[in-house]
Design a protein around this ligand. Structure first.
Ligand SMILES: Cc1cc2nc3c(=O)[nH]c(=O)nc-3n(C[C@H](O)[C@H](O)[C@H](O)COP(=O)(O)OP(=O)(O)OC[C@H]3O[C@@H](n4cnc5c(N)ncnc54)[C@H](O)[C@@H]3O)c2cc1C
Length: 615
C-alpha cells in the first residue's frame, strides 16, 4: 500500500440516523435531479417498470442550473471528434481514460441533438443557426450556450419540463425534499437501496428505506467542502461520501478544479461565490494584475484561455508576487451593449454587487469549482459495488483525468446518463441484479454536528486547497481528525438531521481528499504541490483509488496509467500544427499581441444541422 505520511483514517460504515419508519420499492432509484440524474431517469422510465427519482430539495437545485458557459460538443464541420478528444486529453494531463473520452466525444453530438429535440433552446445567430463559442483549452468553437450565460438554467428547464410531461406515468415516482443518507447493502455487499430522509407528509415522512435492484448516484459535487466555491449549497458530496462508507472505490479525489475567475468579494465571504465564466475570456476579456499588467502572455500559447489549472496557478503566483489576494479581469473593451447581450446574468449579478464590467475592472480570484474525481465507474457507469452506478460530477468515469476541460461536465452527465440507462435496461431485462434484502446495519455510526462545518471548510481551504504541501495536508488531517474525535465524544447520542448528515459527509470526503492529495507528490492538473512543483510521469502516472477497508480505515491502491496515454500530447501547451495555423488567423484578427481573445464576430460560429458559417 502506498504511503501518505498521514495517520490511518477511520471511516464508519454509516451515519447516525433514526431507524427507517417506512419503506418503498422500485426497480431503480436515481438520486439527484441535475443533468445526470434527470437524463438517466427520463431514459430509464421508458424501459423499466418502476423508477424512483429522489432529490434533496427541489428539482432545479444543483450545479446544473448554475452552469453558465455552455456545453461542449462537436457540432461544426470545421471541428472533429479527434480535436475535441485531443483537447480533453491535454486538459487531463495524461490521466484521462482514453476510451471514456472517446465515448464522451463521439456520443456527445447525438446526445446534444437529442437534448435540443427534447426542448433545450440554445442561442442562435441572426440566421437562426446555433451559435458556438470557445472556452479555455478548446481549440475550436464548440460550446453551445443558452440565454447568453444561462445555459444550465435552460438545460435544467428543458429536462424538468420533459419530466413534468410524464409525471403522471405510474412508471416514475418523483420525491423532492428527500435526502439520501446512506446506501443499503445485502449480505454479499451488493447495493440494494438507500436510507433517506423525506420532508413529506402521510406515509413518506422522516427517515425511510427505499429498496431497489440498482441505485444511480447523481448527487453532484463537493464544493461546500471548501470555504468558498462556485457550487450551490446542496453540493456537499453526499453521494460520494455514502459510496465511500459502503465500500465503493473513489478515484482521483485529489484533482479539484479551482476556477480562476470567481468574483472576489472580500476576505470574509463564504459559501457559493459568483462565477465569471471562462466564456467572458473566450469573448476577449483578459487578466491583469494590480499594476494593470497582463500576465498570461508567455505562460501558455493560449494565454488567457489556457486550461484552468494553468490560469489558476498563474493567478496564484501573481497574487503571491504582488502580495494581493486577487487580480482583475478586464472586460471593458467588449462594451456594455455586447456584455449585456452575451452575458446578461453575469453582468446583472456583478452590478448588483457593485461592479460594472463595462466600466470597471472586476476583482477575481480562484475558488473551488469542480470535482474531477468521484465514485470510480467503468464505461457503463457501474461502480466497484454490484448494483451501484454513479453519474455526472459524483462519478469518476475517467473523462477528466487530472483536470476537466471547460464545458465537458454537462456533456458527461448527458452521455453517461444515457449509457447507464442503456446498461440497466439490458441487465434488468436479462434478470440480472435481482431484488435483495438489506443486511442489518453494522459498526458504530458517526455524526458530526453542523456547527463544525466552518471548521471543516477552513481546514480544507487552508491545507488542501489551491496549493498543497505535505505539511499543509498533515495539518488538515490533524484538524479533521480532531473534529471526528470530538464528535465521537460530544455528538455520539444525536440522531442527526440534514445539516449534520451533510457536515459529516464533508468531513469524510475531506479526509479522503487530503489523504489522496498527500499520496501524490507532484503537481499535475488541478493538484498543485508547493513541495513538488513539477509533474513527475515516472512515479505518478497513475490513479489513486481509495476505499474503506473491512477494518474501517481508508485503503489506497495505485492504478498505473499506460505511458501511451501521453503519446501525441504536448502537455506544455502547444497544439497540433493544423489547429494552430487556423487559430493564429483568428488570433491575429483580434489582438495584435497574439493572445487568444478574438472579437465576438470572429470567435462565434453559427450552425444548424451540421452546416456552419462564420458569424
Ligand atoms: C457556477 C457554475 C458554473 C458552471 N458552468 C459550467 C459550464 O458552463 N459547463 C459545464 O459543462 N459545466 C459547468 N459547471 C459544472 C456543471 O454544472 C456540473 O458539473 C454539472 O451540472 C453536474 O451535474 P450533476 O447532475 O452531476 O449534479 P448537479 O446538477 O449538482 O445535481 C446534483 C443533484 O443531486 C441532489 N442531491 C445532492 N445530494 C443529495 C442527497 N443526499 N440526496 C438526494 N439528492 C441529493 C441535488 O439536490 C441535485 O439535484 C458549472 C458549475 C457551477 C457551479
Amino acid at each position: 500500500m502506498p504511503q501518505s505520511g498521514l495517520p490511518d483514517v477511520s471511516i464508519p460504515r454509516r451515519l447516525s440516523a433514526p431507524t427507517p419508519g417506512w419503506t418503498t420499492t422500485a426497480d431503480v432509484i436515481v438520486v439527484g435531479s441535475g443533468i445526470a440524474g434527470l437524463t438517466t431517469a427520463l431514459r430509464l422510465r421508458r424501459r423499466v417498470d418502476r423508477v424512483l427519482l429522489v432529490t434533496k430539495t427541489v428539482l432545479d437545485e444543483g450545479s446544473t442550473a448554475w452552469a453558465q458557459g455552455g456545453i461542449a460538443a462537436v457540432m461544426s464541420p470545421e471541428d472533429s471528434p479527434a480535436e475535441h478528444i485531443h483537447d480533453t486529453l491535454v486538459a487531463g494531463v495524461g490521466l484521462c481514460d482514453v476510451d471514456a473520452v472517446h465515448a464522451l466525444v463521439t456520443e456527445g453530438t447525438d446526445a446534444v441533438w437529442d437534448l435540443i429535440a427534447l426542448g433545450a433552446d440554445f442561442d442562435r445567430g441572426d440566421t437562426g443557426k446555433i451559435s458556438l463559442t470557445r472556452e479555455g483549452g478548446h481549440h475550436r468553437d464548440r460550446i453551445l450556450h443558452a440565454g447568453g450565460d444561462a445555459t444550465g438554467r435552460e438545460i435544467s428547464r428543458a429536462l424538468i419540463a420533459a419530466l413534468d410531461r410524464v409525471r403522471d406515468d405510474p412508471g416514475i415516482e418523483v420525491i423532492e425534499h428527500a435526502l439520501v443518507v446512506d446506501l443499503l447493502t445485502d449480505a454479499d455487499e451488493r447495493v440494494c437501496g438507500v436510507t433517506l430522509h423525506v420532508i413529506g407528509e402521510g406515509q413518506v415522512d422522516g427517515v425511510g428505506a427505499a429498496h431497489a435492484r440498482a441505485v444511480v448516484l447523481a448527487t453532484g459535487g463537493l464544493g461546500q467542502i471548501y470555504a468558498s466555491t462556485t457550487n450551490p449549497s446542496v453540493a456537499t458530496g453526499d453521494g460520494m461520501a455514502a459510496a465511500l462508507r459502503a465500500g465503493a472505490v473513489l478515484a482521483d479525489l485529489e484533482f479539484v478544479q479551482f476556477h480562476p475567475t470567481v468574483l472576489w468579494l472580500g476576505e470574509g465571504s463564504r459559501g457559493q461565490q459568483p462565477l465569471i465564466s471562462e466564456a467572458v475570456r473566450g469573448e476577449g476579456a483578459f487578466l491583469v494584475d494590480e499594476a494593470g499588467e497582463r500576465f498570461m502572455q508567455g505562460q501558455h500559447p493560449l494565454a488567457d484561455l489556457a486550461p484552468r489549472d494553468v490560469v489558476a496557478r498563474a493567478i496564484i503566483t501573481r497574487m503571491r508576487e504582488t502580495g494581493t489576494d486577487h487580480v482583475y479581469l478586464d472586460c471593458r473593451h467588449l462594451g456594455a451593449e455586447f456584455l449585456e447581450h452575451r452575458f446578461p446574468s453575469i453582468v446583472s449579478r456583478c452590478r448588483e454587487l457593485g461592479f460594472d464590467p463595462a466600466t470597471q475592472l472586476l476583482p477575481v480570484a480562484p475558488a473551488q469549482h469542480y470535482a474531477s474525481g468521484g465514485v470510480r465507474t467503468d464505461l457503463r457507469g457501474r461502480s466497484s459495488l454490484e448494483g451501484l452506478y454513479a453519474c455526472g460530477e459524483t462519478s469518476c468515469t475517467g473523462v477528466h483525468g487530472a483536470n476537466r476541460l471547460a464545458s465537458n461536465s454537462l456533456l458527461e452527465g448527458l452521455v453517461f446518463g444515457r449509457r447507464i440507462a442503456d446498461d440497466l435496461t439490458a441487465r434488468l431485462g436479462a434478470g440480472e441484479l435481482p431484488e435483495a434484502a438489506p443486511a442489518a446495519a453494522t459498526g458504530e455510526p458517526e455524526l458530526v454536528g453542523s456547527t463544525r462545518r466552518l471548521d471543516i471548510q477552513r481546514a480544507m481551504t487552508a491545507g488542501a486547497g489551491t496549493v498543497r504541501s505535505a505539511t499543509s495536508l498533515a495539518a488538515t488531517e490533524q484538524a479533521l481528525g480532531a473534529i471526528a474525535e470530538r464528535a465521537a465524544k460530544e455528538d455520539a447520542d444525536q440522531q442527526g438531521g440534514p445539516q449534520s448528515w451533510e457536515t459529516t459527509n464533508l468531513l469524510h470526503l475531506g479526509r479522503a481528499l487530503a489523504y489522496a492529495a498527500a499520496l501524490r507528490e507532484e503537481t499535475r492538473g488541478g493538484h498543485v504541490r508547493e513541495d513538488f512543483p513539477s509533474r513527475d510521469d515516472e512515479h505518478f502516472l497513475h490513479h489513486v483509488h481509495l476505499r474503506r477497508s473491512g477494518a474501517g480505515v481508508l485503503a489506497a491502491e495505485v492504478v498505473p496509467v499506460p505511458r501511451s496515454n501521453l503519446e501525441g500530447l504536448d502537455l506544455d501547451g502547444s497544439m497540433p500544427v493544423d489547429v494552430l495555423d487556423e487559430d493564429r488567423a483568428d488570433v491575429e484578427g483580434a489582438d495584435s499581441e497574439g493572445a487568444v481573445g478574438a472579437s465576438p464576430a470572429v470567435r462565434h460560429t453559427n450552425l444548424v444541422n451540421g452546416t456552419e458559417e462564420k458569424a
